[in-house]
Write a protein that binds this ligand. Structure first.
Ligand code: NAD
Length: 256
């Protein structure tokens, strides 16, 4: 399929899953709005290499004003956002009674509220143009819990709920909203959890194996490319009646 002439905004796309998804959408011809922290130059170069246009905006998505500036910049550059991938997210691991209040607030703001704000900002333009796709990168933790991840699990369950509501509110239009629920993907976010395990004794290789073995029966990581290809499917005509879904890509995690 071709996304030529369409613009995709992928939040948190300077690394990890977001960059992988942006890469697949660029390969399909979409112009890309990148967002996220760190030096954006390598990501911009990678995307432009596909022969599409790319800009980067450094908005901190835990700040509503900066979210609004990101979407205004995207509209200024490309005139529209046709595909919104709400991907940016962070993690903090601690039991509830020790969970830092600031970490709770930050995770809810970024992992949940920013999904609401992005969606409310793109929907009017999508309705005007009569086409749009919103894809929320939730998690298996949008469907089941794990110890130590109170804010993350609460936020991701919220994203799955929000996805259903937007899926319903757009059901008679050519706009769809769906969530993708990945299991373990080897990105900086997960590498940190592997490093934390290794720091408690044992080597990194063993920590990685144990992390997978606890939850993911395939014993293999999902890749950003796998997730990008699913986003592409959701953008296609074949995906046009997938609405309000929470689609797990998890090496069998939720089959147990
Ligand atoms: P990552 O840490 O590799 O990338 C996160 C991206 O978000 C980076 O570009 C970072 O700069 C950006 N970011 C962080 N805080 C931000 C903020 N306040 N404002 C704007 N951008 C910000 O993480 P990842 O593993 O690629 O995770 C991406 C998404 O996938 C997250 O929502 C995460 O919850 C979800 N997810 C990841 C996994 C996994 O195993 N890695 C599994 C399920 C779901």
């Amino acid at each position: 399929m071709t996304l030529k002439g369409k613009t995709a905004l992928v939040t948190g796309s300077t690394s990890g899953i977001g960059l992988g998804i942006a890469q697949v959408l660029a390969q399909a011809g979409a112009n890309i709005v990148l967002n996220g922290f760190g030096d954006p130059a390598p990501a911009i170069a990678q995307i432009k290499h596909q022969g599409v246009e790319a800009i980067h905006h450094p908005a901190d998505l835990s700040n509503i004003r900066q979210i609004e500036q990101l979407f205004a910049a995207a509209e200024r550059a490309f005139g529209a956002v046709d595909i919104l991938v709400n991907n940016a997210g962070i993690q903090h691991v601690a039991p509830v009674e020790q969970f830092p209040v600031e970490a709770w607030d930050k995770i809810i703001a970024l992992n949940l509220s920013a999904v609401f704000h992005g969606s409310r900002l793109v929907l009017p333009g999508m309705r005007e143009r009569g086409w749009g796709r919103i894809v929320n990168i939730a998690s298996v933790h949008g469907l089941v819990g794990s110890t130590g991840k109170a804010a993350y699990v609460a936020a991701k369950h919220g994203v799955v709920g929000l996805t259903k509501v937007i899926g319903l509110e757009t059901a008679t239009s050519n706009i769809t909203c769906n969530a993708i629920c990945p299991g373990w993907v080897l990105t900086p976010l997960v590498q940190k959890q592997i490093d934390d395990r290794a720091a408690n004794g044992g080597d990194a290789q063993q920590a990685q194996h144990d992390l997978l073995a606890e939850k993911q029966p395939s014993l293999a990581f999902v890749t950003p490319q796998h997730l990008g290809e699913l986003v592409l499917f959701l953008c296609s005509e074949a995906g046009s009646q997938v609405r309000g879904a929470a689609w797990n890509v998890d090496g069998g995690w939720l089959a147990q």
